[in-house]
Design a protein around this ligand. Structure first.
Ligand code: CP
Ligand code: NVA
Length: 302
């Protein structure tokens, strides 16, 4: 059985296969489908402990358009929110639904769920990973700028949070350079041949093919808002920073955006076409992930 819990451990052909499915899904959206969708007869639970707009809606729509039925369960409204164990919730779900999409805090909880539910499980964001987002962003970059191999992706902001961590895994799989411009306290947990770090956002942006940012205050870190806003103030992406990157730099933001914080209002509006195409691509990539996860692997391959 397949799960999609993190990018680490995935190989490029497998990840590329998902992107190919996503590409087909985008091209064929709205066309009359032949036969039943790959999720026909299936009910998928969406168990979310944190807020979501893009991930929730894209999965709900993707599941329906692939023939399945989504069941959205806010963790606060099921017994999980009153202390029922993840493993018990998982054993119940595994007996009733066909797959699960989970957004929560601890990565270990998604992994425990997958172990105990024994149904295909997708990580829709944890404190450590946001694999659906990054795979989708690679789709967007390749759609707009061609192959990502060898490109320079500059991540500006909190390089210790889920989004850049998944970027770092993707850099190894797809063989590109991730340069993080981040304060020392929020530097990436590890650097290497594909991932580097500088405290100087201008240096990180120099020659970049893609300038990427995320919120300064991730979900769960709200108590640190005032302190973070002070520390991250020099890490806003704006027209000045864009001028240091390549001439045709692509500006991306996983959203939600806080204008005047991690991105200037004028830059967000100027680059809105790309940034909201990026958001739309979440839908097509979720379809790729879902189709891949329910497909029968070739005998002897898994
Ligand atoms: N980018 C992203 O995951 O957005 P949501 O939090 O709205 O799902
Ligand atoms: N790092 C952000 C991503 C939001 C999609 C968070 O975890 O809140």
């Amino acid at each position: 059985m397949r799960h999609f819990l993190k990018l680490e451990g995935m190989n490029e052909p497998e990840a590329r296969h998902i992107l190919t499915l996503a590409n087909k899904a985008k091209k064929n959206r709205g066309k009359k489908s032949k036969g039943m969708g790959p999720l026909a007869g299936q009910i998928w639970a969406l168990i979310f402990t944190k807020a979501s707009t893009r991930t929730r809606v894209s999965f709900e729509v993707a599941i329906r358009e692939l023939g399945g039925v989504p069941s959205f369960l806010s963790a606060a409204e099921i017994q999980l929110g009153r202390g029922e164990l993840v493993r018990d919730t998982a054993r119940v779900m595994g007996r009733m639904v066909h797959g699960a999409v989970i957004r929560t805090f601890a990565q270990a909880d998604v992994e425990e769920f997958a172990d105990f539910a024994k149904i295909p499980t997708i990580n829709a964001l944890t404190d450590d990973e946001h694999p659906c987002q990054i795979l989708s962003d690679i789709f967007t970059i390749e759609e707009k700028r061609g192959p990502i191999r060898g490109k320079k992706i500059a991540f500006i902001g909190d390089a210790a949070c889920n989004v850049p961590r998944s970027w770092a895994e993707a850099a190894k799989i797809f063989d590109f350079q991730l340069i993080c411009g981040a304060p020392r306290e929020f530097r990436p947990p590890s650097v290497g041949s594909h991932v580097s770090w500088t405290e100087d956002p201008g240096k990180a942006a120099t020659g970049a093919d893609v300038l990427y940012t995320d919120v300064w205050v991730s979900m769960g870190k709200e108590a640190e808002t005032a302190e973070r806003e002070k520390i991250f103030a020099p890490y806003r992406i704006d027209r000045k920073l864009v001028a240091q990157a390549k001439k045709d730099v692509l500006v991306l933001h996983c959203l939600p955006a806080y204008r005047g914080k991690e991105i200037s209002a004028e830059l967000l509006e100027e680059r809105a076409q790309d940034i909201f195409d990026q958001a739309e691509n979440r839908l097509h990539t979720q379809k790729g992930i879902l189709e891949w996860i329910v497909a029968k692997p070739l005998r002897g391959k898994e």
